[in-house]
Design a binder for this molecule. Structure first.
Ligand SMILES: *[C@@H]1O[C@H](CO)[C@@H](O)[C@H](O)[C@H]1NC(C)=O
Ligand SMILES: *[C@@H]1O[C@H](CO)[C@@H](O)[C@H](O)[C@H]1NC(C)=O
Ligand SMILES: *[C@@H]1O[C@H](CO)[C@@H](O)[C@H](O)[C@H]1NC(C)=O
Ligand SMILES: *[C@@H]1O[C@H](CO)[C@@H](O)[C@H](O)[C@H]1NC(C)=O
Length: 429
């Protein structure tokens, strides 16, 4: 009944084992990386604040991590309700086509989840299967949880397989969900999940297969890309909407970075280890300045806007900057005369230190009114994850961090890379 099972499990083995699978013969070692443009869209007209959304997402990450490590039943609640929240205030989206000819959807780019699904706008732009084959399974994502109302995106869909078009990539037989019920997605059609494949495990009902190969996995096993990795570039900008993001499948775009690309392994500490997690420490002022965040594990995440750190680290940061908490925006605020005292943060990641400049720590001033802040103040993008350190997921390096560096998720080698870019030191803010 399920001839594909063997194929799926082969795709989940480490690279060494993968080369023994039947698919390996298809891999073209010379296939060039393929890029997919993506855009940032900012829309804070709703009642939810940036910080609430990001904190809800952090909580969802931890909840998933905590429950998924608690047993291996055939039907794992944790895995089914796997999903982190979606961030509706600031979207990073790409156009993805499904079927032949493709029906285009605007999907969130999400390294914090790994299923792809479409059709969230049930009334205005539902998924209309033409060439797609229904597998008879259901896909469930998210959890209708009033406590994380703003951050939760809940979805039940049918599983289909069909060609998925990402830029010039036409990925055959890709599993994806077509929404039947979707809640909490105002302006997007769904999610392009580009995180670790393990996050898909148990997301099907009935639980016929353990895991679903991601778009990156299938592009690689089908020989459409020659490296099992993705590279992400986004230039900081002070305009509301911006289309300068670039997601590269199957390699990195060397034109987008200036310094060496340095890698660190995915952290071994749970729950950060289930995501694109790393270990890092943060100091203030210099590489051997006061410690803001002692070495700990956390995640990198394209679905989070701010840079969130554990409450104790956040308190230290607030003291060091002298910033005050602004009740309207939920962000730290500096008065104009304090701005000159803001110093760089130094991120110790593996053997390398990345400098995160004062400008990088500021919310773009031109967008102050978009978050309800006054024009003269400076708001900081460093904020509180909502819990003390020591929980195995003590920071989220969200997009406002990632946009200052080139960022690589090397799936084949379970590692994460960073490089400086022309925008690392840019004064854009
Ligand atoms: C298509 O993919 C599914 C898993 O997503 C797999 O079960 C099936 O065998 C694949 N079919 C072909 C023809 O490769
Ligand atoms: C912004 O969000 C609101 C509510 O979520 C929605 O009604 C509106 O259409 C959105 N605006 C844009 C420009 O997307
Ligand atoms: C779908 O999106 C692609 C890439 O953005 C574009 O080239 C194509 O024209 C779109 N197709 C339709 C039917 O809008
Ligand atoms: C912050 O400063 C206050 C007042 O000086 C002090 O009481 C508190 O312990 C400091 N907190 C941290 C985390 O450094």
């Amino acid at each position: 009944m399920l001839p594909g099972l063997r194929l799926i499990s082969a795709a989940l083995l480490p690279l060494g084992a993968l080369s023994l699978s039947a698919n390996a013969g298809l891999v073209r070692r010379d296939a060039l990386p393929v890029t997919l443009p993506f855009a940032r869209r900012l829309n804070l007209t709703g009642t939810a604040k940036l910080l609430e959304l990001d904190q809800a997402r952090a909580k969802a990450f931890k909840t998933r991590g905590a429950s998924s490590s608690s047993g291996a039943g055939a039907f794992r609640q944790a895995a089914v309700f796997d999903t982190p929240a979606t961030n509706q205030a600031v979207d990073y989206t790409a156009t993805v086509g499904v079927g032949n000819p493709p029906q285009n959807f605007t999907l969130l780019i999400d390294t914090g989840s790994s299923n792809t699904w479409v059709g969230a706008q049930l009334l205005t732009k539902p998924f209309v299967p033409t060439t797609s084959a229904a597998t008879g399974n259901l896909v469930v994502r998210g959890e209708p949880n009033p406590e994380v109302m703003y951050g939760s995106g809940f979805f039940i869909g049918q599983e289909f397989t069909d060609t998925v078009h990402l830029g010039d990539l036409a990925i055959e037989n890709q599993s994806f969900g077509g929404a039947l019920v979707a809640e909490g997605f105002e302006d997007v059609d769904g999610i392009l999940g580009i995180g670790p494949v393990a996050l898909t495990c148990g997301t099907l009902i009935p639980a016929v297969t353990d895991c679903i190969p991601t778009v990156t996995d299938n592009a690689f096993t089908q020989g459409l890309i020659s490296a099992h990795e993705i590279g992400i570039s986004f230039e900081p900008s002070s305009s509301l909407n911006n289309a300068n993001g670039e997601l590269t499948f199957g390699g990195v775009d060397t034109s987008k970075f200036t310094g060496p690309l340095n890698f660190v392994p995915i952290t071994s500490t749970s729950p950060a280890s289930e995501f694109v997690g790393i270990d890092q420490a943060i100091t203030f002022g210099s590489a051997d300045g006061p410690t803001v965040l002692a070495s700990t594990s956390g995640v990198t995440d394209t679905g989070t806007t701010l840079l969130l750190i554990a409450t104790d680290a956040f308190d230290t940061y607030q003291n060091l900057t002298g910033a005050t908490l602004d009740s309207t925006t939920g962000l730290l605020r500096l008065d104009p005369d304090q701005v000159g005292n803001l110093q760089s943060l130094f991120f110790h990641i593996g053997d390398n230190v990345l400098e995160f400049t004062p400008n990088a720590q500021m919310w773009p001033r031109a967008l102050n009114s978009a978050i309800g802040g006054d024009a003269d103040s400076v708001f900081l993008i460093v904020n509180d994850i909502g819990s003390l350190s020591g929980e195995g997921l003590d920071f989220i390096d969200g997009m406002t961090f990632l946009e200052r560096f080139y960022y690589v998720f090397d799936i084949a080698n379970s590692r994460v890379g960073f490089a400086t870019t022309a925008f690392t030191d840019a004064t854009t803010n």
